[in-house]
Structures are given as C-alpha cells and as structure tokens.
Design a protein around this ligand. Structure first.
Ligand code: NAG
Ligand code: NAG
Ligand code: NAG
Length: 379
C-alpha cells in the first residue's frame, strides 16, 4: 500500500492542482466501442503474450492470480513477477494497444477463498488494497474477479459490498496518484440467478451497475464431462428444450436490469467431447458413454480443426442451437466455428450489449474465429 505512506500529503496537494483538470480520471467505462476481450492463460507456454494479435481485441486478461487464503493478499513469487512484467511490457509495445487486465481466481481456485475474504470489511480491505498494489506495480489498466461462483445468498450480498468498496478504493487511489482509475470487471455465471447445488442466489445487479465497468458472462460449459449420458452443445445460443442457453442468459441479465452496455458475452475457443454409445446416432443429445478425445473431454478449437482433417470427420452445423459438431467413428466434438460465432456476435450486437470475450486466446487457429467476431461487430 505504498500510496498511503509518506508521499500522500504531497500527492494530495498536487492532485488538487493538476488532477482536477483531467476529466479522463473520472470517466467510467465504456467510453467508446464494443469490448472485445480474450483471456491469456499464463500456463500457455507455447503461446507467449507476443503471439497475440492485438488488432483483434480491446482487452487482454492475464489468467490467473490467486490471493493467499490466509491474508487475502497477493504473494507474488519471482517467476510470476517476471511473467507479469513480460505480459504487460509486451502488450504495451504492441500496435494497436490493448487494455491490460489481470484476472483473479478462475475455475481451479474454487469459491471458498473468496467467500472467506468477502465476509468482513477488514478482509475485503486487505484484498482490495493488495489488488491495487499489484495492478500499479505491474502496470495493468484494470482488475477482473473470477469468483466461480458465489455459493450462497450471503456470498452474493458480500460480493456487492466488495465491489462497492473496491470502486471507492480505486477512485481514491486515482485521485491520490493522478492516474486514470483502474478498470474493474468480474466474470460471472451466464445468468444472474444461480441455482447450482440447489442453493438459490442472485447477483447484486444494482451494485454491479454502480461499481463494475462490465461483467464477462461465461456463456459456455452448459454441457460437459459431468454428464456423460448424452452429447450437448456446451455454448448453445438457443435450445428448444431448455433455458440453459446464451440467449436466455443474456436476456435474463437484461431483465434483471443490468445496464446493457456492461454485459459482455462469453465465447468459447474450445469444444467439449463425448464418446458415442452408437456411432449411427450422432446428433446433439445422442446417447454417450464417456468423454471423447482431448483432455478430460475438452479440446481447443485449433486442435479440433486438426482432429477433423486428420480423421476426415463429418462436420455438421446445427442451426437450432447455433453450434457445430464433428463426428468420427464414436468420437463426438461440440464446438463453435466461424459460422456460429458470426451468428452469436450478430445476436449480441443486435441486443446492444457491451461486447464479447473469448476463453481462451490460445485456442484459435490462425485468428480465424477472433477475426470473424471482430469483423462482425465493427466499431
Ligand atoms: C490454504 O491453502 C493451503 C495450500 O493450498 C491449504 O493446504 C490449506 O488447507 C488452505 N487453508 C484454508 C483455510 O483453506
Ligand atoms: C518476454 O519474454 C520473451 C520470451 O521469454 C522474450 O523473448 C521477450 O523479449 C520478453 N519481452 C519483454 C517485453 O519483456
Ligand atoms: C424457461 O424460462 C421461462 C421464463 O423464465 C419459463 O416460463 C419456461 O418454463 C422455462 N423453460 C424451460 C424449458 O425450463
């Protein structure tokens, strides 16, 4: 928390005279154009930050950092510090520039640490101050919280407190240091109401509108290895038989009165795979017995394209769900290709939401999908 130490008084005086004229300091996102994001997994060793084509994105997220589960502060070791510096330095030098975000948590972190952090003012404050320190030290433009997911109604209330106090803190810090306010975003469930594990809870939409610049709604993982009995479209835009869809999720956020421009639609750059029970029954919802090729039933788009051509797979576009699947023998892969991505981005654009993001940037093949999305929703 260096900015609260000795130079504070000096900074306050300078702030009053210089910062007061910079209106940029107070401008909340969005200032212009759609949000076109992508997460960069820091474990993608064959895909360094330098490989990212920044002309296709507006925001790139470093995934992930985790706070200590005791102090709720970030204890960044030397190799991670090097990686963070490399990420921000590399992206700063790129033309055109992109906003550099760091993302906290992720699916593998689990929800418990955030639940414990968010429970009291003091633990929230430790966490918040540490996020700001990391952002400034490593030259990030903003911070993204991937708490997957708040588990109880109390967690949701505390999530609301957290983002309120976070906003107060980044405003204060911007004033003190005369710098643009750090951006604040969060990755959320695909819809505002969550009933996983039979516990109903709802995101604090009012607090989100007031305190976050945007949310990344994770519009994928609707079907996967947790249900091996049937194939599924893991990121279906529509589904005649269910509400577990991207259209339902986005519409639900809007119905819950989230400011539309703060809603960002998730798009997967990976597919999910099953082993068919009977290769002659291969539609969406066909009986399955196990996961298919890939790692634990998942495969990046770039590998799917390879698999399809090496195995001479049958590729089918399904207009009911707006998704694509490929079949080779008993191997079945459901995914998004340029066609489904185009239709989904058109859907999001016509809804006038804030934009879209990809998980994850290293899954594309020769930027085919990212470019299709970018060009479909031109500024
Ligand atoms: C904190 O993390 C450590 C290391 O991952 C783990 O062994 C420990 O059980 C965790 N403590 C709590 C309270 O979750
Ligand atoms: C980032 O790391 C790569 C690979 O280790 C290196 O080639 C590159 O010069 C580094 N870039 C910056 C800006 O630190
Ligand atoms: C989908 O949601 C709507 C409105 O929330 C509800 O009326 C309908 O029964 C749901 N459909 C399914 C298949 O669950």
């Amino acid at each position: 928390m260096e900015f609260f130490k000795a130079p504070t008084l000096f900074l306050v005086i300078v702030t009053l005279t210089i910062c007061s004229s910079t209106s940029a300091m107070n401008s909340m996102y969005p200032s212009h154009g759609p949000n076109k994001g992508a997460y960069w997994p820091s474990w993608a060793i064959n895909f360094p930050p330098s490989a990212i084509d920044t002309s296709l994105f507006t925001h790139i997220y470093y995934a992930f950092l985790s706070p200590s589960n005791i102090t709720f502060k970030f204890e960044i070791d030397y190799p991670t510090a090097l990686l963070l510096k490399n990420f921000t330095n590399t992206l700063r030098e790129k033309v055109p520039p992109v906003k550099r975000m760091f993302s906290i948590g992720g699916a593998s972190d689990g929800p418990k640490v955030f639940s414990r952090m968010a429970i009291s003012y003091d633990t929230r404050k430790s966490f918040i101050m540490s996020t700001i320190e990391v952002a400034r030290k490593f030259d990030f433009d903003g911070i993204d919280l991937d708490w997957e997911f708040p588990q109880t109604p109390i967690d949701m209330v505390n999530f609301g407190h957290l983002i309120h106090e976070w906003r107060v803190a980044v405003k204060e810090e911007a004033k003190l240091t005369c710098r643009p306010q750090l951006l604040l975003s969060a990755a959320t469930y695909y819809k505002p109401e969550v009933s996983l594990d039979d516990v109903y809870r709802k995101y604090p939409v009012k607090s989100i509108n007031k305190n976050l610049d945007w949310i990344n709604a994770m519009c994928y993982d609707y079907h996967g290895s947790w249900d091996l009995t049937a194939t599924g479209a893991q990121a279906a835009l529509y589904d005649p038989n269910s509400n577990v869809t991207t259209s339902y999720g986005l519409q639900s956020w809007i119905k819950a009165k989230l400011n539309k421009e703060k809603l960002v639609m998730g798009l997967p750059l990976y597919g999910r795979t099953w082993q068919l029970k009977d290769p002659s029954l291969y539609g969406i919802g066909a009986p399955a017995v196990d996961v298919g090729p890939g790692i634990e039933g998942q495969m990046p788009y770039v590998d799917i394209e390879k698999f399809n051509s090496q195995n001479n797979a049958l590729v089918v576009f399904d207009s009911l769900t707006v998704s694509t699947y490929s079949v080779s023998g008993s191997s079945w892969i459901g995914y998004d290709d340029v066609r489904s991505i185009k239709l989904k981005v058109e859907y999001a654009r016509d809804l006038k939401i804030g934009g879209y993001f990809f998980w994850a940037v290293n899954g594309d093949q020769d930027w085919k999908i990212s470019r299709q999305a970018y060009e479909t929703w031109t500024i």
